[in-house]
Write a protein that binds this ligand. Structure first.
Ligand SMILES: [Zn+2]
Length: 99
């Protein structure tokens, strides 16, 4: 997916955060309980979620639009709970759902 993205934007997908150990989930939840998942339940803990940057982290950017248009081809999706208007907007958070 990153290679296809690079063909469009001239650089690879920027990743803020991917796999989180259980210990780091506990730490993050302690610091940001409103944003982080309850420890043990995060998709980051299963290695299935990534937090992206480089423009993808903002709704409405060309980079975000590219993800919406193309992520599905690579088995990635933007979860409904993180969509605009669903209470916890996280444009940067994408999950691998298989293909
Ligand atoms: Zn995330």
């Amino acid at each position: 997916m990153s290679a296809a993205y690079a063909a469009a934007f001239g650089g690879p997908i920027c990743i803020t955060d991917s796999y989180r150990t259980y210990a780091s989930q506990v730490t993050l939840y302690g610091e940001k309980p409103a944003l982080a998942a309850v420890p043990g339940t995060s998709n980051h803990g299963w290695g299935l979620a990534v937090d992206l940057c480089g423009g993808i982290q903002t709704f409405g950017t060309p980079q975000y639009a590219w993800m919406v248009a193309n992520a599905g081809r690579f088995g990635f999706l933007h979860p409904t709970w993180a969509d605009p208007g669903n209470g916890r907007e996280e444009p940067w958070h994408w999950e691998y759902a298989g293909s």
